[in-house]
Design a binder for this molecule. Structure first.
Ligand SMILES: Nc1nc2c(c(=O)[nH]1)N[C@H]1C(S)=C(S)[C@@H](COP(=O)(O)OP(=O)(O)OC[C@H]3O[C@@H](n4cnc5c(=O)[nH]c(N)nc54)[C@H](O)[C@@H]3O)O[C@H]1N2
Ligand SMILES: Nc1nc2c(c(=O)[nH]1)N[C@H]1C(S)=C(S)[C@@H](COP(=O)(O)OP(=O)(O)OC[C@H]3O[C@@H](n4cnc5c(=O)[nH]c(N)nc54)[C@H](O)[C@@H]3O)O[C@H]1N2
Ligand code: SF4
Ligand SMILES: [Mo]
Length: 747
C-alpha cells in the first residue's frame, strides 16, 4: 500500500467512512499498530491460483474496497511455502493496466495495420459463426485449427473445434516439454513423472535453470536440497543462475546426449549401476549397453568440449549419491531435432541407477496416481470427476501433423498436443491440406514460435483468425476477431489437480469484479459462442460452480472446504515413496505394456526406427558464426508479460550475451548496438559482453522485441529471438531452438 493510501485509511475507516479524530481521542494517540488495524479492518483474503505463468501457484489475494492491494503466496500450502515470485506479485499491475483489451473487436483494415471496430459480444460471435460456416461449406471443418497454451480453458476452447469436426487442435507443448513427454510416455507409459528435488543429494541439470525458469515448488525444492548440502552440476553453454549455485560445465550446444551416453558407458564399464533394479524393473538394457559401448569419455570430450576427467569425476560422484540423486529431465526441451532421444537417455541413466520412487529420485504423480499412490485412501482422495459431453462428430480426415498415425513419428506425439509448427507449414504449403481458419487462445505464436516472419505470412493467407487474449499482442494484431478475456483475478475456473508426493487440489476464484465490464472468462466465451454456432449440447454446465461441483462429486470434498483454504491436501500426510512400502509395487504406477520401465521401446522403434537412443552429431558453428540459444528471465514470462507496467519497469528489453574474446574480434563493446543475422533474417539489438557464455555461443532472454504498437511499453524494445530461428519441426513434432547459427556485426 502506498504511504498516502495508508494514511488515508488510517484516518478513514475502510469503506470510506470518516473516523473523527474524537473517536480515537487525539490523532497523535494512534499508534501505527492501531492505525493498521483500522486500515485492514475490511481487508479480505481470497484464496486463488496465480496465472502470471501457467504454474498456477496457490495465492492469497488481499482485497480492500473491491480492489486488489497485494498478492501473497497461500500460507496454507507447504510445498509452495506461502510465497510468490516477482511475476506473481505483479498481478494487480496487469489487472489495472489501461492497455488491456477491453472490448471485442472486428478488423476493418488490412491485417496488421491495427484498424479495428469495437463490437458487442453477440456481433463477434455472429461474425465468427458465419465465417466458420463458410469455411466448413467451402473446405470442411478440418481446415480450421485450434491452438492454445495448454490450460483450464482447453476443455471449453477445444469443444468448439471438436464440435465442428476438426481433428486439428494443438497445445503449445511442442514449443516446450514435448520431447520429455514422449520420453516419459514411451518409458513409463505416462507423462506424469516428477523429480523429488528437495531430497536429492546430487542433481545434474541438462540446461534446466530453476532459478530463472521458475516453478515455486521446484525452485524451493532445489534451494532446500542445496541447504542440505546437495551438489548441483549444470550443463549449459551459458552461465545461468542455476549454474552459479553449483559446478558449471559450459557444454557445446546440441551435444548433451554425448555427455549422457558417456556417463552410461562409464557406469557400465565400472559396474556402478543398480543391477537388481535394472533386472527386476526394466526391459532393453542389452540394447542400451550396445548403443553406448563406444561412447567413451574420450569421444564425449571431443563432442562436448568437457574434459574427459570431468565427465568421469561427475559420473562417479553421481553414482555415489544414487539412488537419492537424479539427472534432471528438463522442462523446455526442444533444443535439437532429436531432443527426445536426449530425454530418453537421461531417464535411462536415472533408471540404471534405480532413482525411482525413492527420496531424491523420480516418482509418479497425479490423477490415477492419487489412488494408486495412496492405497486405502479411495473414497476420499479420488481423482476429480469428469464433466461428460455427448460424442463429437468423427473427423473425416487425419490431422495435418500425422499425430495418431501408425509407423510414423505421429504415433508417439501425445494426443491432443500435436506439432503446432505444422499449422504454419500447412497454411503456407497447403500440405497435406491447407488450414484456412485458426483459433488462438492464450498463445502468442509471433513471439513464441520460430520464424516470426513466416508466421505473419501465414496469418495473411488465412480466411479467419480469432484470438482470445488479455492484450493486443503481436498475434492479436493480425486477427479478424479479438476476444478480450478477463484476467485470472476476475474469474473462477475449474479445480486443479496439483498432486505430487501428496494429493492436492487447488481452486481459482474471482478476487474482484470485472475491471472492464465487457471482458469475460473463457468458460463463458466458448459456451456462448458454442450456443451461437449450434453446439450448445456440448456445453453441459450452466455456470462454473456447476462445473466444479461435478468435478468434486467423487472426491467427498466440498466447494466451501476448498474456498476456505484455497488448497486441499489430506492433513498430516507425509510424502510417500512406493519402494518404501512393501504393499505397493512399482507395477502399479507403470502403464507400459510390459509393466516394466521400457529402456528399449517397441513403439518408438515403430514410429522413428530408434527404439533405443542413438547419437546424432550436429555441426558446430564455424569461425565467425555463433550458436544462438535463449532462456527464461526471472521477472518475465515467455511471450506474455513484457508490457505489464511494473515488470516492464524492472526489465523492458533484453540484450545479446557475447563472450569478450568474440566481441573483441568484432570490435564490439558492452552496450554497443549490433545487428544479428541468421542468413535469412536480421534483428537489431544491444550487446552484453560477458564471461558467462561460451565464445562460440550467443544468448538472449526470450519474449522481447515486440511488434504490436498497442503494447506501448514493450513495443520495439529488445530482440525477438524467434525472428532468427527457422521453423524446423523436430522428430516428434517439437520446435527446435538451439540449432541456429548467427553472425554479428556492429550496427
Ligand atoms: N521467471 C520465469 N519462470 C518461468 C518461465 C518464464 O518465462 N519466466 N517460463 C516457464 C516455462 S513455460 C518453462 S518451459 C520453464 C523453462 O525452464 P528451463 O527449461 O529451466 O529454462 P530455459 O531458460 O528455457 O532454458 C534453460 C537453459 O537452457 C540453456 N540451453 C540452450 N541450449 C542448450 C543446449 O543445447 N544444451 C544445454 N545443456 N543447455 C542449453 C539456456 O542457455 C538456458 O540457460 O520455466 C518456467 N518458469
Ligand atoms: N525461441 C524460443 N521460443 C520459445 C521459447 C524459448 O525459450 N525460445 N520458450 C518456449 C516455451 S517454454 C513456451 S511455454 C512458449 C510460451 O509461449 P506461449 O505459449 O505463447 O505462452 P505465454 O508467452 O506464456 O503467453 C501467451 C499469451 O497468453 C496471454 N495471456 C496471459 N494471461 C491470459 C489470460 O488470462 N487469458 C488469455 N486469453 N490470455 C492470456 C498473454 O498476453 C500472451 O499473449 O514459448 C516457447 N517459445
Ligand atoms: S511461478 Fe510465479 S508467476 Fe508462475 S504461477 Fe507461480 S507465482 Fe505465479
Ligand atoms: Mo514452457
Amino acid at each position: 500500500m502506498k504511504r498516502r493510501e495508508f494514511l488515508k485509511y488510517a484516518l478513514y475507516g475502510a469503506g470510506g467512512t470518516a473516523i473523527t479524530v474524537g473517536s480515537f481521542g487525539t490523532l497523535n494517540k494512534i499508534s501505527p499498530k492501531t492505525a493498521f488495524a483500522a486500515a485492514s479492518a475490511e481487508e479480505t483474503t481470497v484464496f486463488s491460483a496465480c496465472e502470471m505463468c501457467r504454474n498456477q501457484c496457490p495465492i492469497a489475494v488481499k482485497v480492500l474496497n473491491g480492489k486488489v492491494t497485494k498478492i501473497e503466496g497461500n500460507p496454507n500450502d507447504s510445498t509452495f511455502g506461502g510465497v510468490v515470485c516477482a511475476r506473481g506479485n505483479s498481478g494487480p499491475s496487469l489487472l489495472y493496466d489501461p492497455q488491456r483489451l477491453k472490448k471485442p473487436m472486428i478488423r476493418t483494415g488490412e491485417r496488421g495495420t491495427g484498424k479495428y471496430k469495437e463490437v458487442t459480444w453477440d456481433e463477434a460471435y455472429t461474425y465468427i459463426t458465419e465465417k466458420v460456416k463458410e469455411i466448413q461449406l467451402n473446405y470442411g471443418g478440418e481446415e480450421i485449427a485450434f491452438a492454445s497454451r495448454k490450460g483450464p480453458h482447453d476443455v471449453f476452447f477445444r469443444t468448439i473445434g471438436k464440435g465442428i469436426g476438426s481433428p486439428n487442435y494443438f497445445s503449445h507443448e511442442a514449443t516446450c516439454p514435448m520431447t520429455r513427454s514422449v520420453a516419459l510416455d514411451s518409458m513409463f507409459g505416462v507423462e506424469m513423472i516428477a523429480a523429488d528435488y528437495a531430497n536429492a543429494k546430487y542433481i545434474i541439470s541438462v540446461g534446466r535453470n530453476w532459478l530463472e525458469g521458475i516453478h515455486i515448488a521446484q525452485t524451493r525444492g532445489i534451494m532446500k536440497a542445496l541447504d542440505k548440502g546437495a551438489k548441483l552440476v549444470v550443463l549449459d553453454p551459458r552461465f545461468s543462475v542455476a549454474a552459479s549455485k553449483g559446478e558449471w560445465l559450459p557444454i557445446k550446444g546440441a551435444t548433451d546426449l554425448a555427455f549422457i551416453m558417456a556417463m552410461a558407458n562409464i557406469l557400465i564399464h565400472e559396474e556402478r549401476y543398480d543391477k537388481e533394479f535394472v533386472e527386476k524393473h526394466t526391459v532393453g538394457f542389452e540394447q542400451w549397453q550396445e548403443a553406448v559401448k563406444d561412447k567413451t569419455p574420450e569421444w564425449a570430450e571431443q563432442e562436448t568440449g568437457i574434459p574427459k576427467d570431468t565427465i568421469i569425476r561427475v559420473t562417479r560422484e553421481f553414482a555415489e549419491a544414487c539412488p537419492n540423486a537424479h539427472i534432471e529431465f528438463g522442462w523446455r526441451t526442444g533444443l535439437t531435432p532429436n531432443d527426445y532421444q536426449l530425454r530418453r537417455a537421461i531417464m535411462i541413466v536415472n533408471m540404471m541407477m534405480g532413482c525411482f520412487e525413492v527420496p531424491g529420485g523420480y516418482y509418479r504423480v497425479k490423477n490415477a496416481g492419487v489412488v494408486n499412490r495412496f492405497p486405502g485412501m479411495t473414497g476420499y482422495a479420488q481423482p476429480l470427476g469428469a464433466v461428460s459431453q455427448p460424442e463429437f462428430p468423427k473427423p473425416v480426415t487425419a490431422r495435418i501433423d500425422g499425430t495418431g498415425l501408425k509407423g510414423v513419428p505421429g504415433q508417439i506425439i501425445p494426443e491432443g498436443d500435436g506439432a503446432v509448427g505444422q499449422i504454419i507449414e500447412s497454411i503456407l504449403t497447403e500440405r497435406p491440406y491447407p488450414i484456412k481458419g485458426w483459433f488462438v487462445h492464450r498463445f502468442n505464436p509471433v513471439i513464441s514460435m520460430p520464424e516470426s516472419e513466416r508466421i505473419i505470412d501465414a496469418f495473411k493467407k488465412l480466411e479467419l483468425l480469432v484470438v482470445c487474449d488479455v492484450y493486443m499482442t503481436d498475434t492479436a494484431m493480425y486477427a479478424d476477431v479479438i476476444l478480450p478475456e478477463c484476467t485470472y483475478l476476475e474469474r473462477a475456473e475449474q479445480i486443479y489437480d496439483m498432486s505430487a508426493l501428496t494429493p492436492k487440489y487447488v481452486i481459482r476464484q474471482a478476487a474482484v469484479p470485472l475491471v472492464y465490464p465487457d471482458t469475460k472468462p473463457a468458460w463463458l466465451i466458448y459456451k456462448e459462442l458454442g450456443e451461437k454456432m449450434g453446439l450448445g449440447q456440448y456445453f453441459t454446465y450452466e455456470t462454473i460452480d456447476d462445473y466444479i461441483q461435478k468435478q468434486l462429486a467423487p472426491t467427498g470434498i466440498t466447494l466451501e472446504q476448498l474456498k476456505e483454504k484455497g488448497v486441499w491436501t489430506p492433513e498430516g500426510m507425509k510424502p510417500f515413496y512406493l519402494r518404501k512400502d512393501p504393499l505397493a509395487s512399482l507395477e502399479k504406477v507403470l502403464a507400459t505394456k510390459s509393466k516394466k520401465i521400457e529402456l528399449y521401446s517397441e513403439v518408438v522403434q515403430q514410429a522413428t526406427k530408434q527404439g533405443i537412443p542413438q547419437y546424432t552429431h550436429y555441426p558446430q558453428p564455424e569461425e565467425g558464426q555463433f550458436r544462438f540459444v535463449q532462456g527464461k528471465v526471472a521477472v518475465h514470462t515467455n511471450a506474455g508479460t513484457a508490457n505489464i507496467p511494473v515488470l516492464n519497469e524492472l526489465m523492458s528489453r533484453n540484450s545479446l550475451w557475447i563472450h569478450p574474446d568474440s566481441a573483441g574480434k568484432l570490435g564490439i563493446a558492452d552496450g554497443d548496438e549490433i545487428m544479428v543475422s541468421s542468413g535469412k533474417y536480421e534483428h537489431k539489438g544491444v550487446a552484453k559482453v560477458t564471461q558467462g557464455i561460451r565464445p562460440d555461443t550467443v544468448f538472449c532472454y526470450h519474449g522481447f522485441g515486440r511488434i504490436s504498437p498497442e503494447m506501448k511499453r514493450a513495443y520495439g524494445k529488445g530482440i525477438n529471438g524467434n525472428k532468427l530461428i527457422d521453423n524446423v519441426i523436430g522428430e516428434v513434432g517439437n520446435v527446435v531452438t538451439s540449432m541456429n547459427f548467427v553472425t554479428i556485426k556492429k550496427a
